[in-house]
Design a protein around this ligand. Structure first.
Ligand SMILES: C[S@@+](CC[C@H](N)C(=O)[O-])C[C@H]1O[C@@H](n2cnc3c(N)ncnc32)[C@H](O)[C@@H]1O
Length: 208
């Protein structure tokens, strides 16, 4: 039987938010790839490990070479279906060669923490990418969830949103280190968020 690439969503970080089936797949792994943090936290002792870094071709090459002898588990943060290595893997491996185990997205946990439904939210990732201006333009009653990074910080994004017509008084929640013991959620408005320093990889929720 052909071996699989098992793409496992590990959720926002704490094992409390990882599905049992994801834990089982990771525990059974003999070859496993993930961020350094995910490997340190979850990889079984004795497994062959590969750090997923900036060189995606190198990771795909590693997975391809190892898959001839065993399944390869690939850990990704949150859910694999939203901006993860899955998109790159789909270019090399067929659906039949992949098995995808879902995870709790950082968006899900952020909206849950705020007690807000997200079926009507516009979801945008500014993690390593330019925002699509039409997606982030202000319109009345709009609700947005945004993934941030060290370039598009909440402070930077607040200015971008003001430029797109959002009112200064719009509500902003910055949700940092979700699920970890040092989780932090700050409620502010766009005016104040333009002055906030010190946040990078977060979920930002914005409503009018
Ligand atoms: C490459 S994206 C991956 C998104 C992931 N697939 C998901 O479903 O959450 C990484 C971004 O997710 C967000 N993120 C992931 N884990 C987080 C956490 N524990 N707390 C806050 N934001 C998190 C940050 O915006 C980070 O820059």
């Amino acid at each position: 039987m052909e071996h699989k690439v098992i793409v496992v969503g590990i959720g926002p970080g704490s094992p409390d938010y990882m599905l049992p089936i994801a834990k089982q797949a990771i525990e059974a792994a003999t070859v496993i790839a993930g961020s350094q943090r995910a490997l340190d936290s979850f990889a079984p002792a004795g497994a062959c490990k590969k750090v997923i870094g900036a060189d995606i071709d190198d990771v795909i090459q590693f997975i391809s070479s190892k898959r001839s002898a065993s399944d390869v588990v690939v850990m990704v943060s949150g859910d694999p279906g939203y901006y993860s290595l899955l998109a790159a893997l789909r270019k090399t491996f067929s659906v039949q060669q992949l098995k995808v185990i879902p995870g709790v997205s950082s968006f899900q946990l952020a909206f849950a923490r705020l007690g807000l439904p997200w079926q009507d939210a516009t979801l945008v990732s500014m993690h390593g990418r330019e925002p699509d201006k039409t997606l982030i333009q202000y319109s009345p009653k709009k609700k947005m969830g945004i993934l941030t990074d060290s370039h598009y910080t909440p402070r930077h994004i607040a200015q971008v949103l003001l430029d797109q017509g959002w009112p200064l008084t719009s509500s902003v929640w910055i949700c940092a280190r979700l699920s970890y013991e040092n989780e932090e959620i700050i409620h502010s408005d766009l005016r104040q968020t333009c002055l906030i320093e010190g946040f990078s990889h977060c979920v930002m929720v914005v409503t009018e």
